[in-house]
Design a protein. Sequence first.
Length: 327
Amino acid sequence: MHLETTTNKHGRPFQRTTINAYVNAGKALSAWIGSPAHVNAVGVAVQSFTDVDTSTANAFFRWWYQTKDVPKSQDGQGGYTGGVSTTQRNLRALFVYLSEEYDHPNPYLDPKFHRYAAPQLGKPKTLSEEFINDCLAITGNGSPRVRDFLTVRDHALLRVLTEGLRAEEVLNLRVQDLDLPGHTLIVVPLQGDRNSTDGRVIPLQPKTVKALTRYLRVRQDHVLANSENPNATPFLWLGTRSRRPLRYMALYRMVKKRAAEAGYDPGAVTPHSFCHTWADDLLSAGISGENVMAVRGWKSPAMLRRYGADMASQRAVNAVHALGDRY
């Protein structure tokens, strides 16, 4: 209730997902307090949040680090907890609240409070041009003669992934987000309202436009696209069992399946691999970092460096070789 009536550091209401994350962090601390007895620095048995001092908080985060902290996968999926640093950020709101409402000393302000860094990310793997072309070929290669729903949908999905969208952004697309005559689509911020003016315009390749046009044609016959169906949905991507829009695990399995059918190791690719590949494609083509950041919606150059890190050395070598003889 407190979070619902306050604003974040940007002066905006907290999103429901953010509130849930903060609440879940508080529940985790509460469960830890209820486990075998803990004693704080003054010898008091820790039985409630207001008994948690700096030493107790340090003990909790040490326990979390040893039992819960796991490295982040390339796509952020697969049970990733966010690391102890995320838990620390999520619990900060609780201790600010306790400080304001109960005059409880905030351990985050104590110099002895232990702060944890985010876990190191594994080095991403940029997909090769051959890999993407082979996967597109497996899904009909955009042929108008291929008309079965599953193949046409998967081809359009792979095409949209090559436009640099995150998996969540792809799955969150609605039909009305497409502007195929203008060769663009709109990505609405995942943490914002769909009426937000901060939506990003994503330029589409001509073949992506064709793939989406053909997908919309076969989508019309799907039961969830029928306006007379009370369960009809505006979400762009539909599943094959006619029960609900496509979800992440279905997208994840599709990418793995198509990679295996194309003769590649499915363990070497995830939906997020296409984001790193997109960044390398644009940077290699000479698109400025400023334009790449604008299309992707990045505010910090650190994101550009992160997504372009895998092939940075190769791009530098190619750029110097392109100069030819300098003397």
